[in-house]
Design a protein. Structure first.
Lengths: 270, 279
């Protein structure tokens, strides 16, 4: 229908959501963990096969937003929300939504690498096995494909039985990415995936993201504005739980609509 | 008076630490060595494989070994699943609140009750009211209640010590709560839970008062869970107290000590292997 919107050419902060084309539609979403709201009235869409970066200073609600998308905030008893989040047109907070299945569709990588204290192989097959995949051959195929997708296969192919915690930090983070890819998700949620990594590991993860974009939508939360500029198609700027601005990355970085966005990306904050 | 120099203070402090450590280890070694010296010469193959004669003055302790294994084994087999499930409920399935506080307080109180009280309760409730009589089953159930708090609290600590990041990783990969608990949390907490279970085995084996009132003191080999039996610890108590045979008493104590040492070593070995495999 509206080709411009699919490409993300001109979706202003309150562009009308087109449920049919958008992967994720967030409508007036607010969230809190007690008296103070962490997110206020967020409305945005994530298109198929795009990389959306979310930038903003500390406690601007970036991570809360990301964790709202795969309902990880539900683990907090104090979590409350209003508004809707639609994935392919279905409300993910629907009463009889299947949360584990949802989380399989939205693969999440956390800020600190969180390998489970098992072997590389076991870390990757955990998700597929939970989803009911059986058979050694099938699982081995999944492991290889996932590790290749995360640019880790060549480094670990001969030692899949090795403990994941013995990998370097950068390798652990790519393992976490591989673990998520093994589930063949529809969307990747990356929460500052490179925050503790050296430049080479960061480059590898960004390379992986560039390739994965062909098949997945990616939502990338990052504190690193340079990374957002390098590795995203659109950028959203969050501040104090509010969405200040969203637009094509180039535009947000060269010609932001809001003064506060400009202050943040140029480092003149506060 | 001149204050001692920092270096002298340091030496003094270290000497006290040494003294404390030597005293602790020394007392332990002395007890174990004393009993083993008096007892081990009387521990023969016959002693281990035969039944007692003349109330235990002659013969061996084979029925008591079997009885101890029955009672302690059954007790831990009952208490471990119940305790671990309770710990899972307390840590993973409820919010902290009045109910958890009450359960935890109850468990702590239970842990502080003298074992003879458990024995009395077991005697009245299991042996008389439920009609189980003085039997392996009455003894095992009583011991199970007695070690339950230990298992609950050690399991709880072990489960709580599992990093939150592991749980989030599990949920993030699409596991249900039960999946996260069984496949991620318990797997990491198993060494800690195992420690609690081993402690409980040791306590069950060495318990005397509670089993005297519930399992009885029969000398014959128990052939079913409803038979009365006499555990090693109780046999030692009766031999020593009634002055039947001090050498047999020390021999029984030696078997008990060696058994507990062996169980602990075995458990540590298994745990080490497990940890090495997982990490």
């Amino acid at each position: 229908m509206d080709a411009q919107n699919i490409l993300g050419a001109n979706p202003g902060p309150h562009a009308s959501p087109h449920a049919a084309e958008a992967k994720v539609v967030v409508e007036n979403f607010s969230a809190s963990f007690g008296p103070v709201a962490s997110l206020r009235n967020i409305t945005l869409t994530v298109h198929p096969c795009e990389r959306l970066a979310i930038i903003g200073p500390a406690s601007s609600g970036k991570t809360t937003f990301l964790r709202s998308l795969n309902r990880l905030n539900d683990l907090e008893p104090a979590f409350r929300h209003t508004g809707r989040i639609l994935l392919d047109g279905t409300d993910i907070y629907d009463r009889d939504a299947d949360t584990p299945a949802l989380r399989r569709r939205l693969g999440m990588v956390y800020a600190t690498p969180t390998p489970l204290p098992w072997s590389i192989y076991e870390n990757i097959v955990f998700g597929p096995r939970t989803a009911g995949v059986t058979g050694r051959r099938r699982l081995e195929d999944i492991v290889e494909r996932a590790l290749r997708g995360a640019f880790l296969w060549e480094e670990v192919k001969d030692r899949l039985k090795m403990s994941a915690t013995d990998l370097s930090g950068g390798q652990q983070q790519r393992l976490c990415l591989a673990r998520v890819l093994a589930l063949e998700p529809e969307l990747l949620l990356l929460d500052e995936p490179c925050s503790g990594l050296d430049p080479i590991s960061t480059a590898k993860i960004e390379d992986a993201m560039a390739e994965l974009k062909a098949r997945y939508s990616i939502v990338l939360v990052t504190n690193n504005t340079k990374q957002a500029a390098r590795a995203s198609d659109r950028t959203a700027f969050f501040l104090m739980g509010e969405l200040i601005e969203i637009g094509p990355t180039r535009q947000v970085f060269t010609n932001p609509v809001h003064g506060r966005t400009n202050d943040y990306i140029t480092g003149n904050f506060g | 008076m001149k204050r001692p120099s920092p270096a002298a203070m340091q030496r003094l402090a270290v000497s006290f630490m040494w003294l404390g450590t030597i005293l602790t280890v020394g007392v332990l070694l002395f007890i174990v060595a004393y009993i083993l010296t008096l007892g081990l010469p009387h521990v023969t193959w016959e002693f281990l494989s035969q039944g007692p004669r003349l109330m235990g003055r002659e013969g061996g302790v084979f029925p008591m070994i079997v009885g101890t294994l029955w009672v302690a084994g059954l007790a831990v087999m009952i208490a471990a699943p119940v305790g671990v499930i309770t710990a899972i409920y307390l840590t993973e399935y409820t919010l902290e609140g009045k109910l958890t506080a009450v359960i935890r307080f109850g468990a702590d109180c239970l842990a502080g009750i003298p074992s003879i009280i458990f024995g009395l309760f077991g005697f009245v409730f299991f042996a008389i009211t439920l009609g189980m009589g003085l039997s392996v089953l009455s003894g095992a159930l009583t011991l199970a209640i007695m070690v339950l708090p230990t298992i609950i609290r050690t399991s709880e600590e072990a489960i709580r010590a599992v990093p939150r990041a592991y749980r989030e990783a599990g949920y993030g990969l699409g596991a249900t709560r039960w999946g996260v608990v069984t496949k991620v949390v318990l797997r990491s907490a198993l060494p800690g839970i195992g420690t609690g279970v081993v402690l409980s085995i040791g306590r069950s084996i060495s318990e005397t008062a509670a089993v005297m009132l519930t399992a009885g003191s029969a000398l014959r080999l128990p052939t079913s869970a409803f038979d009365s039996t006499r555990t090693l610890a109780l046999h030692f108590y009766i031999l020593a107290r009634e002055g039947i045979s001090m050498s047999k008493a020390y021999a029984t104590a030696s078997v008990l000590i060696v058994a507990i040492l062996a169980i602990n070593l075995f458990a540590y070995w298994v745990m080490q292997r497990f940890v090495a495999k997982v990490r």
